[in-house]
Design a binder for this molecule. Structure first.
Ligand code: NAG
Ligand code: NAG
Ligand code: NAG
Ligand code: NAG
Length: 262
């Protein structure tokens, strides 16, 4: 029955980056040679989700009875290690890539085997807030705020009226590596039927098999139904795509990092 729209998006980094990834390699004492021994390598946990910037411990264990050479291969920054008989535990720091592969390579008696793990960094939105619609001119302006979310490139924000999607925006072009606030602004005309239907805003992170959904509390247009302007609109509620305006304010705070380190 409605409408349309000047949706716009505003994206800002919620936090400054606190560091950049570095490559580090951990090498354990080198192995002597010997007879070829069957052995197993395990890396635990195999899949771990952390908040962006978080850290995680991975335990690489093996069944080689001899002294071995163990190393962890990853783009992620490595922190402390712990070891014991048959295992080495590695700390990974400041995980910001949303999806990272980690390999533990063990050489036992001249034979090399490896195990892999996957680290996912994501942050469910702290909040999804749909503000009460504002009547401006002859149109309602809806603003949906999705705060502290990561990774934005895998986020889809949608607006629904009475449960039906009236607009969605997929943010894959925003590939920044920071938490972000996203504001979706949508301008619409509303007909009389629209006034009885709740509006909701939805944020969905689609992380290669892991789907994280959050949604706003519903809001109604009803409150404004008595205003003369909306009555006038009711007769002009033919759907027509007026245009899409995308306003993006992206503040990647790498510059701050440079300032801090001076
Ligand atoms: C992001 O949103 C939160 C909650 O509204 C706010 O406290 C924070 O200042 C915002 N960050 C930026 C960079 O706008
Ligand atoms: C690592 O795994 C080994 C073998 O499962 C276990 O004995 C050891 O306690 C673990 N270390 C840590 C720090 O969890
Ligand atoms: C732990 O690592 C240290 C240094 O790499 C090594 O000297 C020690 O033997 C290892 N401990 C065990 C129990 O493997
Ligand atoms: C984001 O995408 C742009 C254009 O596709 C690319 O140039 C840039 O390197 C990407 N940045 C990151 C952090 O992946």
């Amino acid at each position: 029955m409605a409408s349309v729209l000047f949706p716009s998006l505003l994206l800002v980094a919620a936090y400054p980056r606190s560091g950049s990834p570095q490559h580090e390699r951990m090498q354990s004492p080198s192995a002597p040679s010997g007879t070829s021994t069957p052995f197993l390598v395990r890396l635990n946990p195999e899949l771990e989700a952390v908040p962006p910037g978080g850290s995680v411990w991975l335990n690489c264990s093996h069944s080689c009875p001899l002294p071995v050479r163990t190393s962890l291969r990853t783009q992620l920054r490595q922190g402390k290690t712990l070891n014991g008989s048959g295992w080495v535990s590695y700390q990974l720091l400041d995980v910001r890539a949303w999806d990272s592969k980690v390999r533990c390579v063990v050489t036992c008696a001249g034979e090399t085997r490896e195990a892999t793990a996957r680290i996912t960094a994501y942050k469910r939105p702290r909040s999804v807030i749909l503000e009460p619609p504002v009547l401006e001119g002859h149109k309602y302006t809806l603003r949906c705020y999705v705060t502290h979310v990561f990774p934005v490139a895998y986020l889809v924000v949608s607006l629904r009226r009475g449960g039906r999607v009236v607009y969605f925006e997929s943010l894959e072009r925003f590939n920044g590596s920071d938490l972000a606030n996203v504001t979706l602004t949508y301008v619409m005309k509303a007909g009389p039927n629209d006034l009885r239907q709740p509006l909701t805003c939805h944020a969905r992170l689609n992380l290669d098999g892991l789907v994280v959904r959050s949604s706003s509390a519903p809001v109604m247009l009803q409150v404004l139904a008595l205003s003369p302007a909306s009555k006038a609109l009711a007769s002009a509620s033919i759907a027509a795509l007026v245009g899409i305006l995308l306003a993006v304010g992206t503040v990647y705070v790498r510059r701050c990092l440079a300032v801090q380190t001076q």
